[in-house]
Design a binder for this molecule. Sequence first.
Ligand code: GLV
Length: 309
Amino acid sequence: MSIVICFNNKDPKPWQNVLELKLKEVKIEIYPNVKQPQEVTFALCWKPDQNILSKFPNLKVVQSVGASVEHIIRTQNFSPNCTLTRVVDHQLSEDMFEFILAGVMSHLKRLSEYQTDEKQKYWSQRSYKRINNTTIGVLGLGEIGAYISTKLGKLGFKVKAWSKSKKSIENVLCFNGNNGLHNVLQNTDVLINILPLTSETENILNLQNMEQLSKNAYLINVGRGEHLVDSDLITLLNNKHLSGALLDVFRKEPLPVEHPFWQHQKIKITPHIAAITDISTASNIIVTNYKNLIEGKKLIHSVSLEKGY
Ligand code: GLV
């Protein structure tokens, strides 16, 4: 019984160090340096190479070290006795909320326009928006989406939210299904996308959907780059239907230097940092799941391979 860490774009060493402290008796190796692949029963993954998990014939648990799992589902073949799990961590939800709040408030108070003015020593007072006359639409009511919607509602925003299945959250107008999506988009001033990436949600941020937002609406994408049709966003910014966008995720990361988003005045880019998994809290989930596997108990935060979340 051993653990393998299979990461791309993330340093595996700190994870190995923390887990070695918390699981003293357990062998924890970093792919590709695995001496006995048949001993591996538990894999910790972040954007693993295509089909790499097939090298471990006795694998029982594949644990994403993030909240998302599409980077695993889309690249691996799962044997029927293998369970996929993910990180559900209050810290991740709180970090995401703080990032979104910063993005929304900066938009309402037009802070980035003042940054540009300041560079040119240009003094110009602009109108601003207030929380109590701003409607926010949230796409995705999983653990993090529900947390964000609730907190934004408590701050005084009018919040509408959309999910695949029916949900109900206090002070949030919840919608589901195709008609529900239309209800969330219409009259929304700030759209926040935090959906999981599945074949049904891919390209959901397209011209037809984003055109339904209020004139001058603002987009915040913290879901996945594949949710957004890049050229449709540029069209809607250039024809002034949307006033701007804050993007934390991209189809290709790092965002290639030649990508038009870098040059666009109305697009703000952050390098996928909205909410970064906290090793100290997330490693507790991994330890629990490893122990549950050994003791034959139910794993926590398992994912439906069929639904994709
Ligand atoms: C971040 O993108 C995550 O999946 O946790």
